[in-house]
Design a protein around this ligand. Structure first.
Ligand SMILES: *[C@@H]1O[C@H](CO)[C@@H](O)[C@H](O)[C@H]1NC(C)=O
Ligand SMILES: *[C@@H]1O[C@H](CO)[C@@H](O)[C@H](O)[C@H]1NC(C)=O
Length: 133
């Protein structure tokens, strides 16, 4: 019985220490490209932000994003209805479609075509293991 309890405790410790290791492995930088103009024109920057970290935009991109692209292997939640990342974000940006025209963006909440780029403040990306790109 004692051996069983000890084995159970060891198994529990192993499983709780294994989880953070997996998260660390998932925190590889995912690159995003942000441009002030639509269709990746104007001023552009490529950022490597760790997965699950909220990135708050700075000038000239704050409230001024024309296009947003995420490299393969990740997807992002962008926030354009709040000052900083919200729990779920306002929209997902997938690496196969991206968001080339954020000033003419189909808002998932309202189904309306809105200017999301002029109020976009932040984004958060995470690993995507089953994305098409
Ligand atoms: C971006 O490209 C789309 C599709 O080609 C086009 O309809 C749109 O007018 C372009 N936007 C700008 C600002 O060039
Ligand atoms: C946005 O939120 C992140 C964490 O969620 C925080 O680190 C950052 O300081 C915030 N930025 C601003 C400008 O509020």
């Amino acid at each position: 019985m004692q051996t069983f309890i000890a084995a159970t405790i060891i198994a529990l410790i192993a499983s709780t220490t294994a989880a953070p290791t997996q998260n660390l492995a998932a925190r590889a930088p995912g690159d995003v490209t942000i441009c002030t103009g639509e269709n990746y024109t104007g001023e552009c920057t490529t950022l490597s932000v760790p997965f699950y970290d909220c990135y708050h935009l700075e000038a000239p991109y704050l409230n001024n994003v024309g296009s947003f692209k995420v490299d393969a292997g990740a997807y992002c939640r962008i926030t354009y209805t709040a000052e900083n990342c919200t729990m779920h974000g306002d929209a997902f940006i997938w690496p196969d479609t991206n968001a080339p025209t954020l000033h003419h963006f189909d808002d998932p909440a309202t189904q309306e075509n809105i200017d999301a780029g002029s109020t976009m403040t932040s984004f958060l990306c995470q690993e995507c293991t089953n994305c098409n790109a």
